[in-house]
Design a protein around this ligand. Sequence first.
Ligand code: NA7
Length: 537
Amino acid sequence: DSTTAPTDTDVIVVGAGVTGLYAVHRLRGLGHRVRGFERGDGVGGVWYWNRYPGARCDVESVDYSYSFDEELQQEWDWSERYATQPEILRYLDHVADRHDLRRSYSFSTSVVSAELDETTLTWTVRTDRGETVSARFCVFAVGCLSAAHRPDIPGAAEFAGSVHHTGAWPHEGVDFTGLRVGVVGTGSSGIQAVPLIAERAARLTVFQRSANYSVPAGNRPLDEETRTRQKAGYAERRRLSRLNGGGSPHRTHASGTFEVSEEERREAFEERWRLGGVLYSKTFPDQLTDRAANDAARAFWEEKVRGLVEDPAVADLLVPVDHPIGTKRIVTDSDYYTTFNRPDVDLVGLRGNPIERIEARGVVLADGTLVELDALVFATGFDAMTGALDRIEVRGRGGRLLKDDWAAGPRTYLGLGVDGFPNLFSLTGAGSPSVMANVVLCAEQHVDWLAECLSHLDAHGHRAIEARPEAVERWVAECRDRAAATLFPAADSWYQGANIPGKPRVFMPFIGGFGVYGEIIAAVAASGYEGFDLIGA
Ligand code: NA7
Protein backbone atom coordinates (compact mmCIF):
# COMPACT_ATOMS: atom_id res chain seq x y z
CA ASP A 1 0.00 0.00 0.00
CA SER A 2 1.15 3.50 -0.67
CA THR A 3 -1.21 5.36 1.60
CA THR A 4 0.04 7.13 4.65
CA ALA A 5 -1.98 7.82 7.75
CA PRO A 6 -2.99 11.41 8.41
CA THR A 7 -0.69 13.09 10.89
CA ASP A 8 -0.35 16.55 12.45
CA THR A 9 2.85 17.13 10.56
CA ASP A 10 5.19 15.26 8.23
CA VAL A 11 8.46 15.53 10.10
CA ILE A 12 9.30 16.28 13.70
CA VAL A 13 12.79 17.63 14.24
CA VAL A 14 14.11 17.55 17.78
CA GLY A 15 16.83 20.13 18.38
CA ALA A 16 17.69 23.57 17.03
CA GLY A 17 21.44 23.21 16.91
CA VAL A 18 23.59 23.21 13.80
CA THR A 19 21.97 19.99 12.55
CA GLY A 20 18.35 20.59 13.48
CA LEU A 21 18.30 24.05 11.95
CA TYR A 22 19.50 22.81 8.61
CA ALA A 23 17.10 19.84 8.75
CA VAL A 24 14.17 22.20 9.21
CA HIS A 25 15.35 24.41 6.38
CA ARG A 26 16.04 21.64 3.90
CA LEU A 27 12.98 19.50 4.58
CA ARG A 28 10.65 22.47 4.62
CA GLY A 29 12.16 23.54 1.32
CA LEU A 30 11.13 20.21 -0.17
CA GLY A 31 7.54 20.85 0.80
CA HIS A 32 7.40 18.74 3.96
CA ARG A 33 5.43 20.06 6.90
CA VAL A 34 7.97 20.31 9.73
CA ARG A 35 7.59 20.86 13.46
CA GLY A 36 10.68 21.52 15.53
CA PHE A 37 11.16 21.30 19.28
CA GLU A 38 14.01 22.80 21.25
CA ARG A 39 14.56 22.76 24.99
CA GLY A 40 16.50 26.06 25.00
CA ASP A 41 14.67 29.33 24.52
CA GLY A 42 16.67 30.02 21.37
CA VAL A 43 18.58 28.31 18.59
CA GLY A 44 22.20 27.21 18.75
CA GLY A 45 22.35 23.91 20.65
CA VAL A 46 25.86 23.48 22.05
CA TRP A 47 26.52 27.15 21.31
CA TYR A 48 23.42 28.15 23.19
CA TRP A 49 24.36 26.27 26.37
CA ASN A 50 28.16 26.47 26.55
CA ARG A 51 28.60 30.13 27.45
CA TYR A 52 31.56 29.68 29.79
CA PRO A 53 34.46 32.13 29.50
CA GLY A 54 36.79 31.16 26.68
CA ALA A 55 34.28 28.92 24.86
CA ARG A 56 35.46 28.74 21.31
CA CYS A 57 35.26 26.30 18.43
CA ASP A 58 38.32 24.18 17.67
CA VAL A 59 37.52 24.14 13.94
CA GLU A 60 38.42 27.29 12.02
CA SER A 61 35.48 29.64 11.54
CA VAL A 62 35.85 29.63 7.75
CA ASP A 63 35.20 25.88 7.82
CA TYR A 64 32.79 25.74 10.75
CA SER A 65 29.99 27.38 8.79
CA TYR A 66 27.25 26.21 6.47
CA SER A 67 28.08 25.67 2.82
CA PHE A 68 24.50 25.27 1.57
CA ASP A 69 23.88 28.98 1.16
CA GLU A 70 26.50 30.56 -1.08
CA GLU A 71 25.22 34.07 -0.44
CA LEU A 72 25.46 33.59 3.30
CA GLN A 73 28.94 32.15 2.88
CA GLN A 74 30.02 35.24 0.96
CA GLU A 75 28.24 37.76 3.17
CA TRP A 76 29.08 36.56 6.65
CA ASP A 77 32.29 37.98 8.12
CA TRP A 78 34.06 35.94 10.78
CA SER A 79 36.12 38.17 13.01
CA GLU A 80 38.61 35.58 14.25
CA ARG A 81 40.32 32.50 12.94
CA TYR A 82 38.63 30.44 15.67
CA ALA A 83 35.25 31.89 16.50
CA THR A 84 34.08 32.41 20.07
CA GLN A 85 30.80 31.02 21.35
CA PRO A 86 29.03 34.42 21.18
CA GLU A 87 30.04 34.88 17.56
CA ILE A 88 28.91 31.38 16.55
CA LEU A 89 25.63 31.91 18.34
CA ARG A 90 25.17 35.23 16.50
CA TYR A 91 25.84 33.37 13.26
CA LEU A 92 23.27 30.66 14.00
CA ASP A 93 20.75 33.31 15.07
CA HIS A 94 21.43 35.06 11.78
CA VAL A 95 20.89 31.84 9.82
CA ALA A 96 17.63 31.24 11.69
CA ASP A 97 16.44 34.75 10.83
CA ARG A 98 17.65 34.65 7.26
CA HIS A 99 15.74 31.44 6.56
CA ASP A 100 12.85 32.17 8.88
CA LEU A 101 13.47 28.94 10.78
CA ARG A 102 12.09 30.00 14.17
CA ARG A 103 8.48 29.82 13.00
CA SER A 104 8.78 26.01 12.75
CA TYR A 105 10.01 25.62 16.32
CA SER A 106 8.51 25.49 19.76
CA PHE A 107 11.26 26.73 22.09
CA SER A 108 11.68 26.04 25.80
CA THR A 109 10.01 22.75 25.01
CA SER A 110 11.55 19.36 25.70
CA VAL A 111 10.39 16.26 23.95
CA VAL A 112 9.74 13.71 26.68
CA SER A 113 8.64 10.75 24.58
CA ALA A 114 8.28 9.53 21.02
CA GLU A 115 6.14 6.51 20.39
CA LEU A 116 5.66 4.46 17.24
CA ASP A 117 2.18 3.46 16.11
CA GLU A 118 2.98 0.10 14.62
CA THR A 119 -0.06 -0.11 12.40
CA THR A 120 0.36 3.25 10.69
CA LEU A 121 4.15 3.46 11.19
CA THR A 122 3.80 7.01 12.40
CA TRP A 123 5.24 8.68 15.46
CA THR A 124 3.61 10.52 18.32
CA VAL A 125 5.75 12.91 20.26
CA ARG A 126 4.86 14.28 23.68
CA THR A 127 6.42 17.42 25.14
CA ASP A 128 6.95 18.65 28.67
CA ARG A 129 4.32 21.30 27.95
CA GLY A 130 1.73 18.60 27.47
CA GLU A 131 1.52 18.92 23.72
CA THR A 132 1.10 15.80 21.59
CA VAL A 133 2.07 15.86 17.92
CA SER A 134 1.97 13.04 15.41
CA ALA A 135 4.23 12.81 12.40
CA ARG A 136 5.33 10.37 9.77
CA PHE A 137 9.02 10.91 10.48
CA CYS A 138 10.82 11.58 13.70
CA VAL A 139 14.26 13.14 13.36
CA PHE A 140 16.55 13.49 16.35
CA ALA A 141 19.20 16.18 16.10
CA VAL A 142 19.85 16.30 19.82
CA GLY A 143 23.63 16.63 19.77
CA CYS A 144 26.48 14.46 20.94
CA LEU A 145 27.70 16.76 23.68
CA SER A 146 24.47 18.10 25.10
CA ALA A 147 23.77 16.06 28.23
CA ALA A 148 26.05 17.66 30.81
CA HIS A 149 27.77 15.25 33.18
CA ARG A 150 28.26 16.32 36.77
CA PRO A 151 30.13 13.78 38.86
CA ASP A 152 28.37 12.53 41.92
CA ILE A 153 30.70 13.80 44.66
CA PRO A 154 29.53 13.35 48.26
CA GLY A 155 28.62 16.57 49.99
CA ALA A 156 28.24 18.63 46.80
CA ALA A 157 24.99 20.11 48.11
CA GLU A 158 26.80 21.41 51.22
CA PHE A 159 29.05 23.79 49.28
CA ALA A 160 28.41 27.38 50.38
CA GLY A 161 29.72 29.02 47.21
CA SER A 162 28.37 29.05 43.67
CA VAL A 163 28.54 25.98 41.42
CA HIS A 164 28.40 25.95 37.63
CA HIS A 165 28.80 23.43 34.82
CA THR A 166 30.47 24.72 31.67
CA GLY A 167 27.80 23.02 29.55
CA ALA A 168 24.92 24.89 31.24
CA TRP A 169 26.43 28.29 31.88
CA PRO A 170 24.26 31.17 33.15
CA HIS A 171 23.32 33.57 30.35
CA GLU A 172 24.21 36.58 32.47
CA GLY A 173 27.73 35.21 32.98
CA VAL A 174 29.55 34.66 36.24
CA ASP A 175 31.73 37.27 37.89
CA PHE A 176 34.74 35.59 39.46
CA THR A 177 36.43 38.83 40.48
CA GLY A 178 38.25 38.41 43.76
CA LEU A 179 36.99 34.87 44.33
CA ARG A 180 38.83 31.65 45.10
CA VAL A 181 37.73 29.46 42.22
CA GLY A 182 38.11 25.74 41.63
CA VAL A 183 37.82 24.17 38.17
CA VAL A 184 37.28 20.42 38.02
CA GLY A 185 38.12 18.92 34.64
CA THR A 186 40.76 19.57 32.03
CA GLY A 187 39.10 18.67 28.74
CA SER A 188 38.41 21.28 26.06
CA SER A 189 36.01 23.20 28.29
CA GLY A 190 38.27 23.38 31.33
CA ILE A 191 41.36 24.17 29.27
CA GLN A 192 39.56 26.99 27.46
CA ALA A 193 38.05 28.45 30.63
CA VAL A 194 41.11 28.30 32.91
CA PRO A 195 43.14 31.20 31.44
CA LEU A 196 40.16 33.56 31.50
CA ILE A 197 38.99 32.59 34.97
CA ALA A 198 42.58 33.02 36.19
CA GLU A 199 42.53 36.64 35.02
CA ARG A 200 39.59 37.43 37.31
CA ALA A 201 39.91 35.10 40.26
CA ALA A 202 41.86 35.91 43.40
CA ARG A 203 43.15 32.36 43.28
CA LEU A 204 42.41 29.54 40.88
CA THR A 205 42.82 25.86 41.65
CA VAL A 206 42.63 23.45 38.73
CA PHE A 207 41.70 19.89 39.67
CA GLN A 208 43.07 17.54 37.05
CA ARG A 209 42.23 13.85 36.91
CA SER A 210 43.91 13.14 33.56
CA ALA A 211 46.23 15.53 31.83
CA ASN A 212 45.25 16.27 28.26
CA TYR A 213 47.14 17.15 25.13
CA SER A 214 46.51 20.70 24.06
CA VAL A 215 48.02 22.67 21.22
CA PRO A 216 47.86 26.46 21.12
CA ALA A 217 45.23 27.64 18.66
CA GLY A 218 47.34 30.31 17.04
CA ASN A 219 44.13 32.26 17.05
CA ARG A 220 44.15 35.74 15.52
CA PRO A 221 41.75 38.31 14.18
CA LEU A 222 40.92 37.82 10.51
CA ASP A 223 41.67 40.85 8.39
CA GLU A 224 39.69 41.87 5.34
CA GLU A 225 42.34 40.56 2.98
CA THR A 226 42.31 37.08 4.54
CA ARG A 227 38.53 36.96 4.51
CA THR A 228 38.38 38.00 0.87
CA ARG A 229 40.90 35.32 -0.03
CA GLN A 230 39.01 32.69 1.97
CA LYS A 231 35.70 33.61 0.37
CA ALA A 232 37.16 33.56 -3.12
CA GLY A 233 38.55 30.09 -2.42
CA TYR A 234 35.44 28.65 -0.81
CA ALA A 235 34.45 26.30 -3.63
CA GLU A 236 37.81 24.54 -3.63
CA ARG A 237 38.03 24.65 0.17
CA ARG A 238 34.70 22.87 0.52
CA ARG A 239 35.57 20.36 -2.18
CA LEU A 240 38.75 19.38 -0.34
CA SER A 241 36.90 19.32 2.97
CA ARG A 242 34.35 16.85 1.64
CA LEU A 243 37.10 14.44 0.68
CA ASN A 244 38.85 14.85 3.99
CA GLY A 245 38.62 12.74 7.16
CA GLY A 246 38.01 15.72 9.41
CA GLY A 247 35.86 17.80 7.11
CA SER A 248 38.46 20.55 6.74
CA PRO A 249 40.79 21.19 3.81
CA HIS A 250 44.04 20.32 5.63
CA ARG A 251 45.93 17.30 4.41
CA THR A 252 48.30 15.11 6.37
CA HIS A 253 51.92 14.73 5.29
CA ALA A 254 52.21 12.53 2.20
CA SER A 255 54.64 10.10 3.90
CA GLY A 256 54.61 8.06 7.08
CA THR A 257 56.35 9.38 10.18
CA PHE A 258 59.49 7.33 9.68
CA GLU A 259 59.62 7.55 5.91
CA VAL A 260 61.09 11.02 6.21
CA SER A 261 64.35 12.26 7.71
CA GLU A 262 64.39 13.42 11.28
CA GLU A 263 64.80 16.97 10.07
CA GLU A 264 61.77 16.76 7.80
CA ARG A 265 59.79 15.14 10.59
CA ARG A 266 60.55 17.96 13.00
CA GLU A 267 59.69 20.51 10.35
CA ALA A 268 56.35 18.84 9.75
CA PHE A 269 55.52 18.82 13.47
CA GLU A 270 56.71 22.41 13.78
CA GLU A 271 54.47 23.46 10.90
CA ARG A 272 51.43 21.74 12.44
CA TRP A 273 52.22 23.19 15.83
CA ARG A 274 52.18 26.64 14.22
CA LEU A 275 48.97 25.82 12.34
CA GLY A 276 47.60 25.11 15.78
CA GLY A 277 45.00 23.06 17.52
CA VAL A 278 43.46 19.70 16.86
CA LEU A 279 45.09 19.31 13.45
CA TYR A 280 48.31 18.37 15.21
CA SER A 281 46.90 14.86 15.70
CA LYS A 282 47.03 14.30 11.98
CA THR A 283 50.48 15.61 11.08
CA PHE A 284 51.42 12.21 9.64
CA PRO A 285 48.93 9.65 8.34
CA ASP A 286 50.14 6.87 10.66
CA GLN A 287 50.09 8.85 13.85
CA LEU A 288 46.86 7.40 15.19
CA THR A 289 47.52 3.83 14.15
CA ASP A 290 51.20 3.25 14.89
CA ARG A 291 52.48 3.53 18.43
CA ALA A 292 56.02 4.57 17.48
CA ALA A 293 54.69 7.23 15.11
CA ASN A 294 52.42 8.46 17.86
CA ASP A 295 55.34 8.56 20.30
CA ALA A 296 57.27 10.79 17.89
CA ALA A 297 54.37 13.26 17.72
CA ARG A 298 53.98 13.06 21.44
CA ALA A 299 57.68 13.68 22.14
CA PHE A 300 57.67 16.81 20.00
CA TRP A 301 54.51 18.01 21.76
CA GLU A 302 56.06 17.36 25.17
CA GLU A 303 59.17 19.33 24.30
CA LYS A 304 57.02 22.29 23.26
CA VAL A 305 54.86 22.21 26.36
CA ARG A 306 57.79 21.84 28.74
CA GLY A 307 59.15 24.95 27.08
CA LEU A 308 56.04 26.87 28.10
CA VAL A 309 55.79 25.83 31.75
CA GLU A 310 58.32 27.27 34.17
CA ASP A 311 58.02 24.82 37.07
CA PRO A 312 59.20 21.35 35.97
CA ALA A 313 57.06 19.65 38.63
CA VAL A 314 53.95 21.36 37.23
CA ALA A 315 55.04 20.45 33.71
CA ASP A 316 55.38 16.80 34.83
CA LEU A 317 51.76 16.87 35.94
CA LEU A 318 50.60 18.48 32.69
CA VAL A 319 52.08 15.77 30.48
CA PRO A 320 49.58 12.94 29.93
CA VAL A 321 50.76 9.51 30.98
CA ASP A 322 47.69 7.48 30.17
CA HIS A 323 46.85 7.85 26.49
CA PRO A 324 48.48 8.28 23.09
CA ILE A 325 48.31 11.77 21.63
CA GLY A 326 45.13 12.40 19.66
CA THR A 327 43.16 9.47 21.06
CA LYS A 328 41.15 11.93 23.08
CA ARG A 329 40.34 14.99 21.01
CA ILE A 330 43.37 17.30 21.18
CA VAL A 331 42.39 20.52 22.83
CA THR A 332 42.90 23.84 21.06
CA ASP A 333 43.88 26.41 23.65
CA SER A 334 44.82 30.03 24.13
CA ASP A 335 47.49 30.50 26.83
CA TYR A 336 46.57 27.42 28.84
CA TYR A 337 50.04 26.19 29.76
CA THR A 338 51.50 29.61 30.56
CA THR A 339 48.58 30.25 32.93
CA PHE A 340 50.28 27.81 35.31
CA ASN A 341 53.23 30.21 35.52
CA ARG A 342 51.01 32.65 37.42
CA PRO A 343 51.60 32.74 41.19
CA ASP A 344 47.83 32.69 41.82
CA VAL A 345 47.10 29.47 39.90
CA ASP A 346 47.55 25.98 41.36
CA LEU A 347 47.34 22.64 39.66
CA VAL A 348 46.16 19.71 41.76
CA GLY A 349 46.66 16.23 40.35
CA LEU A 350 43.85 13.94 41.41
CA ARG A 351 45.57 10.70 40.40
CA GLY A 352 46.29 8.95 43.66
CA ASN A 353 44.63 11.76 45.59
CA PRO A 354 41.07 12.14 44.28
CA ILE A 355 38.40 14.49 45.50
CA GLU A 356 36.86 12.72 48.46
CA ARG A 357 34.05 15.09 49.24
CA ILE A 358 32.82 18.62 49.03
CA GLU A 359 31.93 20.56 52.15
CA ALA A 360 30.67 24.08 52.82
CA ARG A 361 34.15 25.61 52.63
CA GLY A 362 35.45 23.80 49.60
CA VAL A 363 36.89 20.59 48.23
CA VAL A 364 38.45 17.90 50.41
CA LEU A 365 41.01 15.55 48.86
CA ALA A 366 41.63 11.96 49.87
CA ASP A 367 44.76 12.96 51.83
CA GLY A 368 42.62 15.30 53.95
CA THR A 369 43.68 18.56 52.29
CA LEU A 370 40.91 21.14 52.24
CA VAL A 371 41.01 23.54 49.29
CA GLU A 372 38.90 26.50 50.34
CA LEU A 373 36.78 27.91 47.54
CA ASP A 374 34.13 30.54 46.86
CA ALA A 375 33.10 29.14 43.48
CA LEU A 376 33.32 25.77 41.84
CA VAL A 377 33.23 25.08 38.11
CA PHE A 378 32.54 21.63 36.77
CA ALA A 379 34.13 21.26 33.36
CA THR A 380 33.43 17.57 33.57
CA GLY A 381 32.01 16.97 30.12
CA PHE A 382 29.01 15.14 28.84
CA ASP A 383 27.22 11.83 28.68
CA ALA A 384 28.37 11.91 25.09
CA MET A 385 26.59 10.64 22.00
CA THR A 386 23.77 8.81 23.76
CA GLY A 387 22.97 10.95 26.82
CA ALA A 388 20.56 13.36 25.17
CA LEU A 389 18.61 10.62 23.41
CA ASP A 390 18.52 8.52 26.58
CA ARG A 391 16.53 11.24 28.33
CA ILE A 392 13.68 10.76 25.87
CA GLU A 393 11.36 7.78 26.14
CA VAL A 394 11.60 6.51 22.56
CA ARG A 395 9.41 3.48 21.94
CA GLY A 396 9.52 1.50 18.72
CA ARG A 397 8.05 -1.82 17.59
CA GLY A 398 6.44 -3.86 20.34
CA GLY A 399 6.82 -0.90 22.70
CA ARG A 400 10.56 -1.50 22.83
CA LEU A 401 12.50 1.27 24.53
CA LEU A 402 15.43 2.61 22.49
CA LYS A 403 17.40 3.08 25.68
CA ASP A 404 17.00 -0.64 26.47
CA ASP A 405 17.98 -1.66 22.96
CA TRP A 406 21.09 0.46 23.39
CA ALA A 407 21.90 -0.76 26.90
CA ALA A 408 25.07 -2.45 25.65
CA GLY A 409 25.97 0.53 23.44
CA PRO A 410 24.28 2.44 20.63
CA ARG A 411 23.09 0.35 17.67
CA THR A 412 22.54 2.12 14.38
CA TYR A 413 22.85 1.44 10.71
CA LEU A 414 25.12 4.12 9.22
CA GLY A 415 24.49 6.25 12.28
CA LEU A 416 21.16 7.09 10.67
CA GLY A 417 18.58 4.36 11.19
CA VAL A 418 17.73 1.89 13.94
CA ASP A 419 16.09 -1.52 13.54
CA GLY A 420 12.71 -1.67 15.22
CA PHE A 421 12.34 2.09 14.85
CA PRO A 422 11.02 2.73 11.34
CA ASN A 423 10.93 6.32 10.09
CA LEU A 424 13.14 7.40 12.95
CA PHE A 425 16.43 9.05 12.12
CA SER A 426 19.29 10.02 14.35
CA LEU A 427 21.41 12.77 12.84
CA THR A 428 25.09 13.47 13.55
CA GLY A 429 25.03 11.08 16.49
CA ALA A 430 26.40 7.67 17.41
CA GLY A 431 27.66 5.63 14.47
CA SER A 432 28.49 8.75 12.47
CA PRO A 433 31.79 10.61 12.17
CA SER A 434 30.38 13.90 13.48
CA VAL A 435 32.37 14.15 16.71
CA MET A 436 35.61 13.48 14.85
CA ALA A 437 35.01 15.96 12.06
CA ASN A 438 33.64 19.39 11.28
CA VAL A 439 30.08 18.93 12.51
CA VAL A 440 28.64 21.64 10.27
CA LEU A 441 29.54 19.74 7.12
CA CYS A 442 28.51 16.50 8.83
CA ALA A 443 25.10 18.05 9.48
CA GLU A 444 24.73 19.02 5.84
CA GLN A 445 25.82 15.57 4.73
CA HIS A 446 23.27 13.83 6.96
CA VAL A 447 20.41 16.17 6.23
CA ASP A 448 21.01 16.06 2.47
CA TRP A 449 21.03 12.26 2.65
CA LEU A 450 17.80 12.31 4.65
CA ALA A 451 16.14 14.75 2.26
CA GLU A 452 16.99 12.53 -0.68
CA CYS A 453 15.79 9.47 1.22
CA LEU A 454 12.40 11.00 1.98
CA SER A 455 12.03 12.02 -1.65
CA HIS A 456 12.88 8.47 -2.69
CA LEU A 457 10.24 7.04 -0.37
CA ASP A 458 7.60 9.38 -1.74
CA ALA A 459 8.61 8.84 -5.36
CA HIS A 460 8.21 5.09 -4.90
CA GLY A 461 5.13 5.19 -2.71
CA HIS A 462 6.84 3.74 0.36
CA ARG A 463 5.32 4.47 3.72
CA ALA A 464 8.38 3.84 5.76
CA ILE A 465 12.04 2.91 5.89
CA GLU A 466 13.60 0.75 8.56
CA ALA A 467 17.14 -0.48 9.12
CA ARG A 468 17.50 -4.26 9.03
CA PRO A 469 18.89 -5.89 12.18
CA GLU A 470 21.74 -7.55 10.27
CA ALA A 471 22.72 -4.20 8.75
CA VAL A 472 22.80 -2.69 12.22
CA GLU A 473 24.95 -5.58 13.47
CA ARG A 474 27.31 -5.06 10.56
CA TRP A 475 27.61 -1.32 11.16
CA VAL A 476 28.19 -1.64 14.90
CA ALA A 477 30.90 -4.21 14.12
CA GLU A 478 32.39 -1.97 11.46
CA CYS A 479 32.59 0.99 13.85
CA ARG A 480 34.18 -1.24 16.47
CA ASP A 481 36.64 -2.91 14.07
CA ARG A 482 37.73 0.33 12.47
CA ALA A 483 38.44 1.75 15.92
CA ALA A 484 40.24 -1.43 16.97
CA ALA A 485 42.67 -0.94 14.10
CA THR A 486 43.74 2.40 15.62
CA LEU A 487 45.18 3.59 18.92
CA PHE A 488 41.86 5.12 19.99
CA PRO A 489 40.68 2.25 22.22
CA ALA A 490 43.73 2.88 24.43
CA ALA A 491 42.18 6.06 25.81
CA ASP A 492 39.52 6.31 28.51
CA SER A 493 37.64 8.71 26.29
CA TRP A 494 34.03 9.75 25.99
CA TYR A 495 34.20 8.30 22.46
CA GLN A 496 33.82 4.96 24.19
CA GLY A 497 31.76 5.99 27.17
CA ALA A 498 34.68 5.71 29.59
CA ASN A 499 33.92 9.03 31.31
CA ILE A 500 30.53 7.95 32.64
CA PRO A 501 30.49 5.44 35.50
CA GLY A 502 28.69 2.27 34.40
CA LYS A 503 28.39 3.21 30.73
CA PRO A 504 29.28 0.31 28.42
CA ARG A 505 32.67 0.64 26.80
CA VAL A 506 31.82 0.68 23.12
CA PHE A 507 33.45 2.83 20.49
CA MET A 508 30.51 4.97 19.40
CA PRO A 509 31.64 7.16 16.48
CA PHE A 510 32.47 6.01 12.96
CA ILE A 511 36.19 6.59 12.83
CA GLY A 512 36.83 6.09 9.12
CA GLY A 513 36.53 9.79 8.39
CA PHE A 514 34.01 12.22 7.01
CA GLY A 515 34.94 11.72 3.34
CA VAL A 516 34.89 7.91 3.45
CA TYR A 517 31.66 7.94 5.40
CA GLY A 518 30.07 10.23 2.81
CA GLU A 519 30.96 7.74 0.11
CA ILE A 520 29.47 4.87 2.10
CA ILE A 521 26.13 6.51 2.75
CA ALA A 522 25.92 7.81 -0.82
CA ALA A 523 26.52 4.29 -2.14
CA VAL A 524 23.76 2.94 0.10
CA ALA A 525 21.35 5.55 -1.27
CA ALA A 526 22.41 4.82 -4.84
CA SER A 527 21.81 1.10 -4.32
CA GLY A 528 18.18 1.76 -3.43
CA TYR A 529 18.91 1.77 0.31
CA GLU A 530 20.64 -1.55 0.77
CA GLY A 531 20.39 -2.65 4.40
CA PHE A 532 17.08 -0.88 4.90
CA ASP A 533 13.58 -2.28 4.40
CA LEU A 534 11.41 0.01 2.33
CA ILE A 535 7.90 -0.63 3.54
CA GLY A 536 4.73 -0.31 1.51
CA ALA A 537 4.16 -0.34 -2.26
P1 NA7 B 1 35.67 16.25 28.42
O1 NA7 B 1 36.59 16.32 27.29
O2 NA7 B 1 34.91 15.00 28.64
O3 NA7 B 1 36.51 16.62 29.72
C1 NA7 B 1 35.97 16.43 31.01
C2 NA7 B 1 37.05 16.60 32.03
O4 NA7 B 1 36.49 16.42 33.32
C3 NA7 B 1 38.16 15.58 31.89
O5 NA7 B 1 39.37 16.20 32.23
C4 NA7 B 1 37.77 14.54 32.93
O6 NA7 B 1 38.84 13.77 33.39
C5 NA7 B 1 37.22 15.42 34.01
N1 NA7 B 1 36.34 14.69 34.92
C6 NA7 B 1 35.20 14.05 34.62
N2 NA7 B 1 34.67 13.48 35.71
C7 NA7 B 1 35.51 13.79 36.73
C8 NA7 B 1 35.53 13.48 38.10
N3 NA7 B 1 34.58 12.73 38.65
N4 NA7 B 1 36.55 13.95 38.84
C9 NA7 B 1 37.51 14.68 38.28
N5 NA7 B 1 37.57 14.99 36.98
C10 NA7 B 1 36.57 14.55 36.22
O7 NA7 B 1 34.57 17.42 28.34
P2 NA7 B 1 34.72 18.90 27.76
O8 NA7 B 1 33.47 19.61 28.06
O9 NA7 B 1 35.98 19.52 28.21
O10 NA7 B 1 34.87 18.70 26.21
C11 NA7 B 1 33.96 17.90 25.49
C12 NA7 B 1 34.18 18.04 24.01
O11 NA7 B 1 33.70 19.32 23.60
C13 NA7 B 1 35.60 18.04 23.54
O12 NA7 B 1 36.13 16.80 23.34
C14 NA7 B 1 35.53 18.81 22.24
O13 NA7 B 1 35.16 17.97 21.19
C15 NA7 B 1 34.45 19.79 22.49
P3 NA7 B 1 39.25 12.38 32.64
O14 NA7 B 1 39.95 12.79 31.40
O15 NA7 B 1 37.96 11.65 32.36
O16 NA7 B 1 40.10 11.68 33.61
